[in-house]
Design a protein around this ligand. Structure first.
Ligand code: C5P
Length: 228
């Protein structure tokens, strides 16, 4: 029987460095990427575009089921995927803090989470997948070969997000980002469905005082130990 492609689940709060680590691990191993947060952001964007109330669960479920999205490889290591909604390149649009806040308001809706479960699982293809999110190890890929939970203090995460957005010419205030991250943490960790918590079999890495290379090396060592 064909072996199921391996999955590396990388979960953690906003700004913990999951995205960057996911990209580097995927690039090193030649694996596919699932940026699950982008799917929640895309539902929010589609909702705004079609004037859907972001608290109307039934309408959002319908939207999620018919979501016309594409992730295309750019060929650039820095930004490996461009993200499309209904034929429009929204790679930049979905990265704003507002899009993140919309996503975190939609995320507690269990019907929406259920509606995109299969879509997320369809990213599991050979030679393997690195899946980045909040519930990759606890809900979507409970059988993941490797589970990492990446975290850092809210201050460190706000600083990193600030730098990322400024580097992309997206203007934002550090204080506003810090407040928004704290609120988002609160919503993500206290929601009833798929709350942000480490899987019982996840390796927890606190990156507050580590640089990206140190985190990458730790994660790669864990991944190699488990996949070899
Ligand atoms: O990771 P990112 O910041 O793009 O995620 C945006 C929001 O989407 C998160 O704050 C969270 O509320 C939600 N999310 C989720 N489950 C995931 C990924 C993201 O609930 N697997």
């Amino acid at each position: 029987m064909a072996k199921t492609p391996p999955v590396i689940a990388i979960d953690g709060p906003s700004g913990s460095g999951k995205g960057a680590i996911t990209q580097r691990i995927a690039e090193t191993l030649g694996f596919h990427i699932l940026d699950s947060g982008a799917i929640y952001r895309l539902i929010g964007l589609a909702g705004r575009k079609h004037d859907v109330d972001l608290e109307d669960e039934a309408a959002l479920i319908e939207l999620a089921r018919q979501l016309d999205i594409a992730f295309k490889a750019t060929g650039y290591a820095e930004d490996p995927l461009s993200i499309w909604l209904e034929g429009e390149d929204v790679t930049r649009k979905i990265r704003t803090d507002e899009a993140g806040v919309d996503a975190s308001k939609i995320a507690p809706l269990s019907g929406v989470r259920e509606a995109i479960k299969q879509l997320q699982r369809s990213f599991r293809r050979d030679p393997g997948l690195v899946a980045d999110g909040r519930d990759m190890g606890t809900v979507v890929f409970t059988d993941a070969d490797v589970k990492i939970f990446l975290t850092a203090s809210a201050e460190a995460r706000a600083q990193r997000r600030y730098k990322q957005l400024i580097d992309k010419d997206i203007s934002v205030s550090l204080h506003a980002l810090f407040t928004s991250i704290r609120k988002r943490d609160e919503r993500d960790t206290t929601r009833a469905v798929a709350p942000l918590i480490p899987a019982s079999d996840a390796v927890i890495i606190d990156s507050t005082s580590l640089d990206i290379d140190e985190v990458f090396n730790q994660v790669l060592t864990i991944v190699k130990g488990k996949l070899d």
